[in-house]
Design a protein around this ligand. Sequence first.
Ligand SMILES: Cc1ncc(COP(=O)(O)O)c(C=O)c1O
Length: 424
Amino acid sequence: MSEKLAISGGEKVREKPFPPHPMIGWEEKKAVMDVLNTGRLSSFIAAPGKAFLGGEKVRELEKRFRKYHGTKYAVAFNSATAALHAAVVACGVQPGEEAITTPYTFTSTATCVLMNNAVPVFADIKPDTFNINPAEIEKNITPLTKAILPVHLFGNPADMDEIMEIAGENNLKVIEDAAQAPGAKYQNKLVGTIGDCGIFSLTENKNITSGEGGVLITDDKEIAEISRLIRNHGEAVIVGQQRRYNSTILGWNYRMTEVDAAIGIEQFKKLDDFTNERIRLAKYLSDGLRDIDGLEMPITYHGNKHVYYVFAIKYDERKIGIPRDNFVEALNAEGIPFGAGYIKPLYLSPLYHENKPFIYKHYKGNASYEKGICPIAENCHFKEVIITLLTRPPATFDDMDDIIAGVNHLSLTPLEGVRKGLVP
Ligand SMILES: Cc1ncc(COP(=O)(O)O)c(C=O)c1O
């Protein structure tokens, strides 16, 4: 290995790219062809009755989600964002009311609230798992609070017992954003099955994909029915009757196509195998990096199952001796893709400052989006977290060895950091 770092003109630790993701097999290809051969690419409106519930493949995907999770209902959408939007309506969050969520997540965990003219309130996270801190949820409850939206960030379950207890005491609905966590378990229970409803994403880079897609699961009949209406222009299509174009509530076209559903079914069959592989790779990588003083490997609480959508490491700049962003830049130069932080805490986005289109004019609360409201999330994002998506099949232990070699190749003492030009 080159003495010099790649960032200073040395040889890279890894020249070739990491294996591409997602893994699409012949099964997905055949399933797509089978749908194309039927000539029915979507089936929600053309025929009376059952068509309202979706095409054959959509219904099969939903059935598989129901069976796997042991829930009474599953409703497929064309994205998890659409599913979240429907869930917020179905859970009865009204304009001007508040829903508490984490700022350390993808934008749609909060925009689904804004889409209903309701107001997201951000509660800070825990510094070890990066998930929402139940104690911070409690501090943010007001008479306007209607729901809690915990996210199982990176595939690691949020503290659902505490969250459900707070929800029970305050009569709040719980919408689990499990977009990143299909197959993850909280105390042996599959995530998504603990709150009033749960949502999964099948977008292109997730643990399983249908291209685009989302699925809502619930045991609550009303949530399922309202979600189905919202998916279909709010139209009540009565089984066995001709379509009458009666929109009973506000809805959109959030329908999943048969092609997407067919891909989703094949991917869903592989979920457990993919998950086991992610866990195996993550364990190998953790073991290989664990001894480096200043890097803390992902933490999974006892009794939980983390499915490693993202492999997130806690970086201690003082111990490593190199500013985090310089470290990540140098690692990328070695051919090892890592990110500095994740997504900046959502309330720091211009959306929450420049336009404020969402503050419902009759809103009577005091939600704040000022810098500093969630100091732990800010600290994690701007200083302490480094992430990679590489602990996923078809990557192998050899690929993990390159990551380990890349990290080790960077200087891990302040003195070496200065010598190698990584410390200003
Ligand atoms: C936590 C979280 N919530 C929601 C979404 C939205 O999912 P989709 O892209 O399927 O709309 C994503 C991912 O993209 C996500 O990571």
